[in-house]
Design a protein around this ligand. Structure first.
Ligand code: PMP
Length: 455
């Protein structure tokens, strides 16, 4: 018998261990077998068309089914399917891509390091931070601060940085080089009677106390998503990043912006750092770099950091860190073509305008809803905070599984949004090509599902 998507769906659980998935649910319900996609719509094995308002996993910025990207994969594969970049080997696409990226990235960043995904980009930056300090005679600077409810990946070091307990339990994590500080969410963490500015000062003060307690001589870097994505679509209060940067600079601690979700137009600017006044010393990206068409990451550092590595190289030899697929020629060619699409079609501007439309529509439909406490985010990144009690800001009980119930109902009605169970939030991060009609449909399906499942 020939394989079909449906017959293969039945066999899936016999052979596959899925990432971040429940084995019990797979055995109960089978996999969600997706067979094709175009624009913002994916199609499953039963022929159902679903509006993918998450863009895969926050990554398909240019939309699905782009023939121009397929063509680039074909041509680059035929010309140079692979060659490594170790021992100073190079290829034309990686140089062109690095040049292009440095034109787009925050201006203080001067060099790019390529890898295959967000976790490895963050791993790379932890190691560069260690290497940088060590070469400057500060080898005790090894601890790294990250925030509660942050998501930085699932490798051993980045799962440690991730501030979501689910990624630690049943593992001997977090590793002890990681220190967690406050999640900067005023809505859930502001104190009774505290203003947002007082909240901001309290958070910065807590970072200062943590540095004091651990000793600045022991701390290498601070990792921050401009807006927390998987941890709840959380933006810090105004003024947080400039204050944080000043504090870290005083203590010779590097600020790393994890722009794996926020990069490449998501927030309506090329990078979240541009909009939120971050001025990072290092910056990690992946996902939207290729819109998911090739597994690829780019990690940026300042020229100042590079100069220290350069001097170190003269003394100690090679920078001993690299991946088989660093600077992959096909990946770099796809990334270049993807960035050209984003640029030529004005998708960053479109994310800004349609993002404003999305937020306005969400507020219109759900702003006064008794089970919606806050609508947050920027551009085409949005979070809908579910609440049991709007006045007292009482969050849903995780055991009630509200986000999962709402998103399951929406899926039945043909729209995908992502449940963030630990914070009772629905996450929205569609392809940047989503249309206003699709946004209208998305918003009305969210409202209908909340009404059906909760209200
Ligand atoms: N950082 C952030 C902010 C992310 O959202 C993710 C993935 N969702 C990662 C890092 C890790 O990326 P990857 O899964 O490609 O390793």
């Amino acid at each position: 018998m020939n394989d079909t998507p449906k017959s293969l769906a039945q066999e899936d659980s016999q052979y596959v261990l899925h990432p971040a998935s429940s084995i019990t649910a797979l055995l109960d319900q089978g996999p969600q077998m997706i067979v094709s996609a175009k624009g913002s719509t994916i199609t499953d094995a039963d022929g159902n068309e679903l509006l993918d308002a998450v863009g895969g996993l926050w990554c398909v910025n240019a939309g699905y089914g782009r023939p121009e990207l397929a063509q680039v994969v074909k041509e680059a594969t035929e010309q140079l399917a692979y060659y490594h970049t170790f021992s100073n080997a190079s290829n034309p696409w990686q140089v062109q891509l690095a040049k292009k990226l440095l034109q787009l990235a925050p201006s203080n960043l001067g060099k790019v390091y390529f890898g295959s995904g967000g976790s490895d980009a963050n791993d790379t930056l932890v190691k560069i931070a260690w290497h940088y300090h060590s070469l400057r005679g500060k080898s005790t600077k090894t601890k790294v601060i990250a925030r509660e409810q942050a998501y930085h990946g699932t490798s051993i070091s980045t799962a440690s940085l991730t501030g979501l307990g689910g990624f630690h339990k049943e593992y001997p994590l977090p590793l002890d080089f990681v220190l967690h500080t406050d999640c900067p969410h005023f809505y859930t963490r502001g104190l009774e009677g505290e203003t947002e500015q007082q909240f901001c000062d309290r958070l910065i003060d807590n970072v200062a106390k943590l540095i004091e307690k651990e000793g600045a001589d022991n701390i290498a870097a601070f990792f921050a998503e401009p807006i927390h994505a998987a941890g709840g679509i959380i933006e810090p209060p105004a003024g947080y990043y400039p204050k944080l940067k000043t504090l870290l600079k005083q203590h010779d601690i590097l600020l790393v912006a994890d722009e794996v979700v926020c990069g490449y137009g998501r927030l309506g600017t090329w990078f979240g750092s541009d909009q939120l006044d971050i001025e990072p010393d290092m910056l990690s990206t992946a996902k939207g770099l290729t819109s998911g068409y090739f597994p690829m990451s780019a990690a940026f550092i300042t020229d100042e950091i590079f100069d220290v590595l350069k001097e170190g190289s003269a003394k100690i030899g090679a920078f001993s860190h690299g991946y088989t697929y660093s600077g992959h020629p096909v990946g770099c060619a796809v990334a270049l073509a993807n960035l050209n699409i984003i640029e030529n079609e004005g998708l960053v501007e479109r994310a800004k305008e349609n993002g404003a439309y999305l937020h306005a529509r969400l507020l219109e439909e759900l702003g006064d809803h008794k089970n919606v406490g806050e609508i947050r985010g920027r551009g085409l990144l949005a979070g809908v905070q579910l609440v049991k009690d709007k006045v007292n800001k009482e969050l849903p009980d995780p055991a009630d599984k509200w986000p999962a119930k709402v998103t399951a109902m929406m899926r039945k009605n043909g729209v995908i949004v992502r449940p963030l169970p630990s914070v009772g939030t629905l996450a929205i991060s569609p392809p940047l090509v989503i249309t206003r009609d699709e946004i209208d449909r998305l918003v009305s399906e969210i409202k209908a599902a909340i009404d059906a499942e909760i209200a």
